[in-house]
Design a protein around this ligand. Structure first.
Ligand SMILES: [Zn+2]
Ligand SMILES: [Zn+2]
Length: 631
């Protein structure tokens, strides 16, 4: 062990030994995604019905072809040209199988209309059409009698022996109902406007709330309002980081309008808000307004051009577009992983085979922890190959959905996509939850009271909790952490890890960087000796994405961690490691353990006094594998 650590073999560069044959390796299975698409599209046969000389006429006719109502459902680029598909939508939520498409020929300006050889069927109804009108009327009555939550309404419907709609349907219906009952009529735009004007001056007190930006359009037919509130202390957080967390899923609702928080996180995964916005909607314009507010306020306060490069959000395209409209570029668009899991789990419920479902979920969780994009892309292909080969229609459906939604459209949810940045917005969600329970935030407050709560109870408090300069609050203030923290339990697990005496090999990686390669706890489930030969083979496979089986790849990737250790007295804590803990929390027992072995830090006595638990198991064990995935 000590030998391995002191081995500074500088000449042993993997790069010079291994020829690259990337092209060949890709050729075999590089087309999986394309062929999957073709298979799906080939379900219906189409016949040619009409040729148009220009696209506009074609589109105008297509939407009312044969006196049916057609809506565009997808667009495909093919060799012949772009195909724009329409489905029959005789009624909202209908499920008629009839389809047509327009082919915009690639080689000339003609457009051809094709129709699927299948009959219309207007008897089928999608089960999720909505709440029947009779039930809606009952809900309205219940609502007016004080049953204002989905739970209360469900229980009343049960008593009345009325078939319950889904709770989510009721919840959506209540939002519309509230808007109808109390909406714009009760909100005096004048009241909001006067408040905004009054609060627009930037106060001296760093924790006093002010309106950084507002937009009010007093138009009877189409009134609009947007406002952004913050404090000087909260705005400081903009200077500390270059990523923004904004999420339309995690929000507060007031009178049916979204109250959105924009924020960032620090190296201890703590949450730091910039401020809050009240908007009439969640469209691109609204997010553009929010980001613009940040930009002009930073400019005003610090004379700095604020330009974050990374956005963490749910799938909302409006947030992305709003961000780009203000900051021009977006380097990385991180997809909130919790948002992904929520969606995936709903879809996975269609698969009845429990064992399959669990394994699928574990494979996806493994992919979430992948350390870079090249490996991730390879993993996705192998994952698709593995599960498609089971030839199970339900699984095929899921894989198609997964690839389409969470690879082709939104892939920024794995850790290696942006190392050192959060992969989810759960800190934001937790804070919203706290605001709901701790502060006096109520969905139905009259406008004057709401603005006062926003100012005094929410914004002022969030700012106050983070004031490190004020002698009164500094003891408990949540300061912005630029390095991760090490608590007692992490010291203890570090101490245990050192005692386990895992192999550590120092070698150059594929980029020529000197790395510490660490034997993982699941290494011995699959392999014998953790040595240079083994690591060379694995690095070769990694460099050339030289895998043809998902599970083999998974086993290899989980057998070692790659640690770029900074052997410097001050900076070692900024080292990086590819293990799951470090990807999520920016610090791990491996980094601290190496630091301890290089005598850059010492493990506190109290951590050593906690008795070692069960000794590490030698040899194969299904339990060890599971523990790793959960870790
Ligand atoms: Zn139809
Ligand atoms: Zn680690």
């Amino acid at each position: 062990m000590a030998e391995a650590l002191s081995d500074h073999d500088e000449t042993d560069s993997i790069d010079s030994v291994v020829p690259s044959y990337r092209e060949e390796a890709m050729g075999d299975d590089g087309d999986i995604i394309n062929s999957a698409k073709k298979m799906r599209a080939s379900g219906l046969s189409y016949e040619k019905v009409k040729v148009f000389s220009d696209g506009k006429c074609a589109e105008e006719e297509a939407v009312k072809y044969n006196n049916f109502k057609w809506t565009c459902c997808k667009i495909n680029d093919t060799e012949q040209g772009t195909k724009k598909y329409y489905k029959c939508s005789f009624k909202r939520g209908s499920n008629c199988p009839a389809k047509i498409y327009l082919l915009f020929h690639a080689s000339n300006f003609e457009v051809t209309l094709f129709q699927a050889i299948i009959r219309h069927d207007h008897t089928r109804e999608c089960k999720q059409t909505g709440i029947p009108i009779e039930v809606k009327n009952v809900i309205i009555e219940l609502f007016q009698n004080g049953y204002t939550t989905p739970k209360a309404i469900l229980s009343e419907l049960d008593k009345l022996k009325i078939i319950q709609p889904k709770a989510s349907q009721i919840s959506n219906f209540l939002v519309t109902l509230r808007k109808k009952l109390y909406g714009p009529a009760q909100i005096s735009l004048n009241c909001i406007k006067n408040w905004c004007i009054e609060k627009s001056i930037i106060p001296n007190d760093p924790d006093e709330c002010f309106v950084a930006n507002y937009y009010i359009k007093d138009d009877d037919a189409n009134p609009l309002f947007r406002l952004f509130v913050t404090t000087k202390n909260l705005m400081k957080n903009c200077l500390n980081s270059n990523h923004v967390c904004a999420d339309a899923t995690y929000k507060l609702i007031w009178q049916g309008y979204p109250v959105l928080m924009v924020s960032t996180t620090d190296k201890q995964c703590a949450f730091h808000p910039f401020g809050m916005a009240l908007c009439i909607n969640e469209q691109t314009d609204d997010f553009e307004f929010i980001f613009k507010s940040l930009q002009i306020t930073v400019e005003k306060l610090y004379n700095i051009n604020y330009c974050p490069i990374i956005l963490v959000a749910d799938t909302s395209g409006a947030i992305t577009n709003g961000f780009i409209n203000v900051f021009n570029v977006i380097e990385k668009r991180i997809m909130c992983w919790f948002h992904v899991t929520k969606n995936i789990d709903t879809r996975l419920n269609a698969i009845k085979d429990k064992k399959m479902k669990t394994e699928l979920r574990q494979d996806i969780e493994f992919m979430q922890l992948i350390k870079n994009e090249t490996i991730f892309d390879a993993a996705i292909k192998l994952f698709q190959k593995k599960w498609k080969s089971k030839k199970c229609p339900l699984i095929n459906n899921f894989i198609d959905y997964f690839i389409n939604e969470w690879y082709m459209s939104n892939k920024g949810w794995f850790e290696g996509f942006a190392i050192g940045y959060p992969s989810s917005n759960n800190a934001l969600e937790a804070t919203n939850g706290k605001i709901k329970s701790l502060y006096t935030f109520r969905e139905r407050l009259p406008v004057g009271e709401f603005l006062s709560v926003l100012e005094k109870d929410i914004i002022h408090q969030l700012s106050r909790e983070r004031n490190v300069d004020d002698i009164v609050t500094s003891q408990n203030a949540k300061s912005f952490a630029n390095t991760p923290s090490i608590n007692l339990s992490l010291w203890t697990s570090t101490y245990h890890w050192i005692k386990e005496e895992r192999e550590v090999i120092i070698m150059k990686n594929n980029d020529g960087k000197k790395m510490h390669f660490i034997e993982s706890s699941s290494f011995q489930d699959n392999y014998e000796d953790f040595n240079k030969e083994f690591m060379k083979k694995l690095l070769y496979n990694q460099q050339n994405v030289n895998w043809c089986d998902f599970d083999i790849m998974k086993g290899e990737q989980l057998s070692f961690w790659e640690c770029e250790f900074l052997n410097e007295s001050e900076n070692w804590i900024k080292s990086t490691c590819s293990c799951p803990a470090c990807l999520k929390y920016y610090i791990c027992k491996h980094i601290i353990g190496l630091a301890a072995r290089y005598k850059l830090c010492s493990i506190p006595l109290e951590a050593k006094n906690i008795p070692l638990g069960q000794k590490r198991k030698r040899g194969r064990g299904a339990k060890a594998k599971k523990a790793l995935i959960v870790q």
